[in-house]
Design a protein around this ligand. Structure first.
Ligand code: HSE
Length: 435
């Protein structure tokens, strides 16, 4: 059988893993795909590295454009990352009639509409299983496995670096900055960890999941993004006392008014399975109207877990590349003319529950003032905790958990609470999801 020819752009961690797994499982993969999948060209700036990984029996080049325009190549695997050169290469590959497999969540979350439109016009596939939650086949599950459902919401731990940091903060009671250094020493966090710790990477992934879950364009610019850099060890401890764990969640929810698309630290009841996902692992919870809740768990990064997703896409493309484009699975799961322009709700309109921590003077009437303000905003209290003041201490912490409410109401209440003489400093606000 004639092999299908793959051009690999970037042979770093994931590229190397893809090369290794394709070789190791060659026979099994061919039995599935119907024909051999061969990496015949590799482009990387580091030719020495490319030679050592491939053994040198493929065409090696430092000119990635020569691969995306090579008439012998059927599928281009883009593992360069970022929005710059990767975008040019992907569009060039499409223009040249190549199918594209990519792990580049940033590129698709920001420029996906343009890229999918170009691919649609040219009749080629753009597959991106590896872009979300590494080895977990969540794109396949959302796009195909759950296609009977009206998907109601998705909540995912989709960034391993931050989950590792949060797990360590909870286990060891350490502050964020200290655990970040440890994560960098162990190689979990990048030297520049901004995208991970500020929630941007998770928001890229949530954006892609929201699109294929609800059949809407990718809209990263409308996502609410809050990372874990301001999270204090004290809040992790108080949350635990109240029976919750704090996780950085990527959330996409369908509401009658529009779609919620947000990433932020979130309290989750500790008895939920997803609350017990620790270390660098990922997990995605999907609620469909027919199936109910489904949970997908696994490694969200790393050479072979991510290669597993890249190769699954290569097998799909190999099986389908001779099919009529109309009969393939649509890029965003819904037929292109059925993609709906639905409003992404601003954070003020989001509906969720809240954790509020207040530093207050320990004297009569303080709690009454606070609860009056909450009642005036129609915010109902679910639970409350007051730390017993230390000997001689005149201030204490009050923690309030609310029932479901609208974020705008909480903003108003917080501003009023902060203006009380009996409340010192700022109110700490975290969101809470019962899932
Ligand atoms: N940096 C990501 C994480 C993996 O920490 O999960 C790649 O998206």
């Amino acid at each position: 059988m004639k092999p299908i020819n793959v051009g690999l752009l970037g042979i770093g961690t994931v590229g190397g893993g893809t090369f290794t797994v394709l070789k190791r499982n060659e026979e099994e993969i061919t039995r599935r795909a119907g024909r051999p999948i061969r990496i015949t060209a590799v482009a990387d700036k580091n030719l020495e590295l490319a030679r050592s990984v491939t053994g040198g029996d493929v065409r090696l080049t430092d000119d990635a454009f020569s691969v995306v325009t090579d008439p012998e190549i059927d599928i281009v695997v883009e593992l360069i990352g970022g929005y710059g050169i990767a975008k040019e290469l992907v569009l060039k590959a499409i223009e040249n009639g190549k199918h594209v497999v990519t792990a580049n969540k940033a590129l698709l979350a920001v420029h996906g509409n343009e890229i999918f439109a170009a691919a649609q016009k040219k009749g080629v596939m753009v597959a991106f299983e590896a872009a979300v939650a590494g080895g977990i086949p969540i794109i396949k599950a959302l796009r195909e496995g759950l296609s009977a459902n009206r998907i109601q919401w998705i909540a995912g731990i989709i960034n391993g670096t931050t989950n590792f940091i949060l797990s360590e903060m909870r286990d060891k009671g350490l502050p964020f900055a200290e655990v970040l250094k440890e994560a960098q020493r162990l190689g979990y966090a990048e030297a520049d960890p901004t995208f991970d710790i500020e929630g941007v990477d998770a928001a890229h992934k949530a954006t892609l999941m929201a699109s294929i879950a609800f059949g809407v364009p990718v809209q990263f610019d409308k996502a609410y993004v809050e990372g874990i850099t301001k999270l204090e060890a004290a809040d992790i401890k108080y949350a635990e006392q109240l029976g919750y764990r704090i996780k950085l969640l990527g959330i996409a929810r369908r509401r009658p008014q529009g779609i919620e698309l947000r990433v932020h630290p979130t309290l989750i009841p500790e008895k939920r399975l997803i609350a017990n996902v620790e270390g660098a692992m990922n997990a995605v919870l999907v609620q469909g109207d027919a199936v109910g809740a489904t949970l997908y768990y696994g490694k969200g990064a790393g050479a072979e877990p991510t290669a597993s997703a890249v190769i699954a896409d290569l097998v799909d493309v190999t099986r389908l590349h001779t099919a009529d484009p109309e009969h393939r699975v649509p890029h965003l799961a819904f037929q292109p003319d059925q993609i709906a322009e639905v409003r992404v709700l601003p954070i003020e309109e989001v509906e969720t529950s809240y954790y509020l921590r207040l530093r207050v003077l320990d004297k009569p009437g303080v709690l009454a003032d606070i609860t009056r303000i909450l009642a005036d905003q129609s915010i109902s209290i679910d639970a409350m905790l007051q730390r017993e003041p230390e000997e001689g201490e005149s201030q204490t912490d009050i923690i309030i958990l609310t029932h479901l409410t609208i974020e705008g109401n909480v903003d108003t209440a917080i501003a009023k609470i902060e203006s009380l003489d009996s409340v010192t400093g700022q109110v700490t606000r975290l969101r809470l999801e019962n899932l």
